[in-house]
Design a protein around this ligand. Sequence first.
Ligand SMILES: Nc1ncnc2c1ncn2[C@@H]1O[C@H](COP(=O)(O)OP(=O)(O)OP(=O)(O)O)[C@@H](O)[C@H]1O
Length: 300
Amino acid sequence: MGISVKHISKSYNHVKALKDISFEVKEGELFGLIGPDGAGKTTLFRILTTLLFADEGTVTVAGFDVISEYKNIRSSVGYMPGRFSLYQDLTVEENLDFFATIFGTTIEENYDLIKDIYVQIEPFKDRRAGKLSGGMKQKLALSCALIHKPKVLFLDEPTTGVDPVSRKEFWEMLKRLQHKGITILVSTPYMDEAALCDRIALIQDGKILEIDTPEAIVKHYPKQIYNVSASNMYQLIISLNDYKHNHSVYPFGEFVHYTDRRTDFNPKELKGYLETQSLSNIHIEKTVATIEDTFMELAK
Ligand SMILES: Nc1ncnc2c1ncn2[C@@H]1O[C@H](COP(=O)(O)OP(=O)(O)OP(=O)(O)O)[C@@H](O)[C@H]1O
């Protein structure tokens, strides 16, 4: 009764936005679609919410077919699109009231579900939506997507352009909604948010690279990663890229994540090489793979 996607493909003229996508989201699961801009996430959301037809494949949401039973889907799902979807000239309260009315309900009837979120913007209920901050807009959009008590919630990049504190609060809210029994499909380009989902699908160029729990996905990383740092980060990256034994070199915060092609890699040898490159303060230590490392490896 969650979401079932089987062999979905979709093209826009010559652009193949989705290529044979299949996955299942279990009822009550918090499932993440993780991928960069242009991966096909929005296209997939539009198909799942009955706003766009796929060229091939079948999809059911909450047990309903997206084509023959689209009306049942529209009344049982909530959708928060990536771009701000609210009426800028209506106030906070008018927006919420509007969405409640088109779904044949009232704010009072479902206030319990949105209370946690809405109390934070209620002091601004007379402010026009267009005048809200990014974090407040996002809370209002989520309240509007929830006002008819959906069984399944679709959130397309809900935290893009939102400050780190609001992002953290937002994910805590999602967990609370999940505990109320709502199935959630959320997309994000932020790899750190992927770890907060029950399962994730890594998606790039319209294809799914891997689906699993975040823990299992990082365990599949095939190599030992090293954190490398030196006094001159820019030169360090150039030198590591020039090193003939490198397998991958990615800047990662204050370090560079390095993997070596050889099975008998000796960090001392790499240190010796870096010293010949006029680098100082060189540190090399083992580290564990993150979802970002796995994504980069699969996307290679
Ligand atoms: N209406 C359209 N006409 C032509 N090409 C499109 C259209 N909509 C999307 N595309 C293309 O399809 C591909 C997937 O786009 P989509 O918007 O689904 O990706 P996304 O992962 O949601 O990325 P973004 O976050 O940038 O929207 C991209 O190459 C995009 O340029």
